[in-house]
Design a protein around this ligand. Structure first.
Ligand SMILES: [Fe+2]
Length: 211
């Protein structure tokens, strides 16, 4: 998809302020809040145990992020999706299912975007790793062109399909698009839980310098 088309069809991103969840945010009794069903809990717990061993700080190194990406692929291969519990997005839906949320620290979500759904360029202000389960999440990364007008310039495009991953530093700016005809299922890991991030609007960039 061309950058011009991306600019025209920009929509809210999956980490916007109000997102749809099929699992509830009910009572957290501990520091960690596993949300997944029992079939996936073991693998997710194992993944987070491995993550602890990396002793991450707020700015993981490129090597650490890559290591996380490889571990997420292993996790992705083991995840069994209950298609009723984690139904796939339709029409223009963006579904975000919390799988494992911490009060502070890395948190994992299953994201399903309907075909054609796109986000505005935005930053997370924390690191992120995305791995594909199915569908094609086209990620465009940007650099700041003019800070005053919040204008960004695209610098790369990466298709994240099944078992591909992309790593984003806390300073990265990206947009996503569910490219193709199929809705996506992707795992998104963020350095902090989504509800702890500043508002989505405040993290968006309004102008895109078209190629
Ligand atoms: Fe994002």
């Amino acid at each position: 998809m061309s950058m011009a088309a991306l600019g025209r069809q920009r929509r809210l991103g999956v980490d916007h302020d109000v997102f749809v969840t099929a699992t509830c945010y009910a009572s957290a009794t501990g520091r960690e809040r596993p949300k997944a069903d029992i079939n996936n809990l073991f693998m997710i717990k194992k993944f987070f145990d491995n993550l602890l061993e990396l002793k991450l700080n707020d700015e993981p190194t490129e090597g650490q992020l890559n290591c996380i990406g490889v571990s997420m692929v292993v996790l992705a291969k083991s995840v069994e999706l209950d298609k009723k519990r984690y139904r796939k997005a339709i029409d223009s839906e963006e579904l975000v299912y919390p799988l494992y949320e911490a009060d502070f620290g890395p948190s994992l979500y299953l994201v399903s975007d309907a075909a054609g759904v796109q986000s505005a360029p935005h930053e997370h202000q924390t690191w992120a790793v995305i791995v594909g389960l199915s569908g094609n999440e086209l990620n465009v990364t940007y650099e700041i062109f003019e800070f005053r007008t919040k204008t960004v310039k695209p610098v790369s495009e990466t298709e994240v399909k099944s078992m591909d991953f992309i790593c984003l530093s806390s300073k990265a700016i990206h947009s996503t698009c569910a490219a193709g005809r199929e809705a996506t299922y992707h795992l998104h890991l963020y350095g902090q839980p989504l509800h702890k991030l500043p508002s989505y609007q405040s993290r968006c960039y309004s102008g895109v310098l078209e190629n």
